[in-house]
Design a protein around this ligand. Structure first.
Ligand code: GSH
Length: 305
């Protein structure tokens, strides 16, 4: 009996609550009609929302949809925000320049590491999957692939906030910057590379009777293509750097990044016997940058021994 009465009471309470909700709902609908809210589905009305959770749900869906479309359009426009730059980094290579710049810019990036063949010092064939020449550095940024250090450095400065590392167009600094961006690979690297090749020829494992021949070839290469050239380059760079703090002027620029590798090579390979205090001063200023040191921590030593 007691249980039956309790059940009847509970059911009555339930009916009362339902009736109360219906009345509130009717009141809101009438007010909506007056205000024209019902005719505008998806318009968020906080008053109505307090009593009608479905209304809040509808408004949330609209908001979410608008947010989703805006984000998609934004990411499509700024593709690089959705992807991280990948640096295809060959150990002990010019790739250090790009690592240094990425660290200076503070942009997120990933390193894909490649090891040199011990005998030939060549890069593994897998690098040709990134760029047909199979050389490092090369970067991928979303669906853009950029090879050649100079081009990569300019690309990163242009697209990833390095405008302060490029001197203003029309100034003498800008002209010097352009010059050194090309000079590094076009003029200074070739004799330094021949110097490396000639030292590898000299130390190559050959039968003892062939040793004098390989030594002679190495000496001739050095004498004709390296020694004189490096004396000229050293004198030229010394006179340039005696006039300024960095490669182009009073501030570090992308030309310093590009020149860092040949300057390291010059410091470690040159036996031209010429003193180079200004080259060493600029090189030490580069090496002192925390970003330069972080690049070595992440990418390993710069030069081939
Ligand atoms: N001029 C190119 C040179 C690229 C280059 O020769 N990279 C060397 C490493 S320093 C390389 O990939 N060597 C391995 C190979 O040729 O297989 C640049 O500046 O990016």
């Amino acid at each position: 009996m007691v249980i039956r009465n309790a059940a009847i009471l509970a059911s009555q309470r339930c009916n009362l609550r339902r009736e109360e909700r219906r009345r509130k709902q009717q009141a809101v609908t009438k007010q909506d009609r007056r205000l024209g809210v019902a005719a505008r589905p998806g318009v968020f009305d906080p008053q109505r929302c307090a009593i009608d959770p479905l209304h809040r749900h509808g408004a949330n869906l609209t908001l979410r949809f608008v947010l989703w479309v805006t984000t998609a359009v934004f990411l499509r426009k700024h593709r690089t925000l959705g992807a991280v730059i990948k640096l295809h980094h060959l150990e002990r290579s010019r790739s250090h320049r790009v690592l240094w710049l990425l660290e200076e810019l503070g942009v997120p990036y990933e390193i894909v590491e490649y090891k040199r063949n011990h005998e030939t010092l060549l890069a593994p064939a897998s690098l040709t999957k990134v760029h047909p020449l199979g050389k490092s550095p090369v970067i991928t940024d979303a669906d853009t692939t950029v090879a050649e250090s100079g081009a990569i450095i300019e690309y990163l400065a242009e697209h990833h906030g390095g405008a302060n590392l490029v001197p203003a167009v029309g100034t003498a600094e800008h002209q010097r910057c352009r010059y050194f961006m090309h000079y590094a690979e076009g003029s200074l690297m070739p004799p330094l590379l021949i110097k490396l090749i000639s030292s590898k020829i000299r130390s190559a494992k050959v039968p003892f009777f062939a040793k004098p021949i390989t030594a002679k070839v190495a000496d001739n290469l050095s004498a004709s293509l390296v020694t004189g050239a490096l004396i000229k380059h050293t004198a030229f760079l010394e006179s340039e750097l005696a006039q300024r703090q960095w490669m182009c002027g009073d501030h570090m620029t992308i030309a310093d990044v590009q020149m860092s590798y040949p300057l390291e090579a010059l410091a470690s390979r040159s036996d031209a016997g010429t003193a180079m205090p200004n080259i060493v001063r600029v090189l030490n200023a580069m090496r002192a940058r925390p970003a330069y040191q972080r690049a070595i921590e992440r990418g390993g030593p710069i030069m081939i021994d």
